[in-house]
Design a protein around this ligand. Structure first.
Ligand code: APR
Ligand code: ZN
Length: 356
């Protein structure tokens, strides 16, 4: 089958023929219908993250079960969304209702199958979903209702679960609270959508790219602000001088974490959703940490239980109460995926989704 493979940081992306093993006990083979391109995939291509190579990219996808190994459910024909952090249900975190922190969480790259020339192959986050098929543990496949547009269903597996979970589960935004979102890719736009659904106001969307203005307003922002040295002033002008109740950092950089900190009111909360680098240090004044009384926390996979929340989100899409159309910039074939990575790197569009 064909898959989008990275041979290492900086190497050109190519669609390659690869071989996957047949599903073993408790495993499923899933034919992918749609897979989104997330910034975390880009980080594995540009070397920000360097897992193991050759690597099949992709971890945000929907598909249909086409083969079930011994003892594996759901049955053949079931539509599913892939979960890149399947919970073991027995570790300390799972038993304490924090399955997103499960100790058995998939490594960034997991060995599975081989390339056409016989080199051992790895798959991103245990999935490798920018491919015609995946073979995964059954608990990495969450059944969803049939009939959702595949390019929207795919996003439930990463950007949408992460963004909505950050608002609902991690920050618990209440109606009437003020929100700022820094970084308006798939994740930040999903945060905007959830903030609007929560009744937040104002909802300030912040990005370096002016081209994100229209996308942000369509997704639920009340204002678009350029990320520059005037940002603090602009935010304070819209929040009676205080700063926002909640700031969401959806870029993954120390500079934007510090910006989120600065635009949050005393006693407010900063939620870091972006995944930053291990050498990118955030510095905050000790006096300011004390005096500002702010909370700084991160949201891993939306502090969500995907087994419960992905089907809930799917039902909201189906019922028309969750509109994911503003998040999808376009669909494309697998051969066009390398070009879409370039667009993502330039900050163009919301989510680009490969369909099969
Ligand atoms: N200030 C504001 N916005 C910025 C800045 C900055 N200094 N630098 C980049 N951005 C914007 C980009 O213009 C882009 O709109 O951040 C956005 C990032 O969007 P994507 O590349 O589409 O990233 P996304 O897939 O949404 O992921 C965001 O969450 O899951 C993590 O690893 C992921 O850290 C990444 C983050
Ligand atoms: Zn992702």
């Amino acid at each position: 089958m064909r898959a989008l493979v990275s041979r290492g940081p900086g190497a050109p992306l190519r669609v390659e023929q690869v071989r996957l093993p047949a599903p073993g006990p408790g495993e499923l083979r899933i034919r992918i219908r749609a897979a989104g391109i997330c910034h975390s995939d880009l980080s594995m291509v540009d070397g920000t993250l360097a897992p193991a190579y050759p690597l099949v990219l992709g971890h945000e996808a929907t598909g249909v079960v086409v083969e079930a190994g011994p003892g594996a459910t759901p049955e053949v024909g079931t539509p599913v969304v892939l979960n890149w952090a399947p919970a073991c249900r027995s570790c300390w975190f799972c038993r304490h209702d924090e399955p997103w922190l499960c100790v058995a969480n998939a490594a960034p790259a997991v060995a599975r199958g081989e390339t056409a020339d016989g080199t051992p192959l790895h798959v991103t986050l245990g999935l490798g979903a920018l491919a015609e098929e995946v073979v995964v543990p059954a608990h990495a496949a969450v059944p969803v209702p049939a009939g959702l547009p595949p390019e929207q269903a795919a996003l439930l597996g990463c950007a949408v679960l992460t963004g909505t979970g950050a608002v609902r589960n991690t920050a618990r935004v209440a109606a009437g609270e003020s929100v700022a979102v820094i970084g308006l890719g798939g994740v930040g736009l999903a945060v905007l959508t959830a903030a609007r659904a929560a009744g937040a106001t104002p909802i300030l969307a912040v990005d370096v790219a002016e081209a994100k203005r229209e996308l942000a307003l369509a997704a639920g922002a009340t204002d678009f602000l350029r990320s520059d040295d005037q940002l603090s002033k602009q935010v304070r002008a819209r929040t009676e001088g205080r700063g926002v109740d909640h700031a969401f950092e959806c870029v993954g950089r120390s500079a934007t974490i510090r910006a989120a900190w600065r635009i949050t009111r005393r006693g407010g909360a900063v939620t870091v959703v972006g995944m930053g680098g291990k050498d990118d240090l955030v510095s905050l004044a000790a006096l300011d940490i004390f005096h500002s009384a702010r909370t700084l926390r991160s949201s891993v996979y939306g502090s969500a239980d995907p087994d419960r929340e992905v089907p809930e989100l799917a039902r909201s899409v189906d019922a028309g109460t969750l509109d994911l159309r503003p998040l999808v910039s376009g669909t494309l074939g697998l051969d066009e995926a390398p070009a879409a990575f370039d667009r993502l790197a330039r900050g163009e569009g919301a989510r680009w989704v490969v369909t099969f």
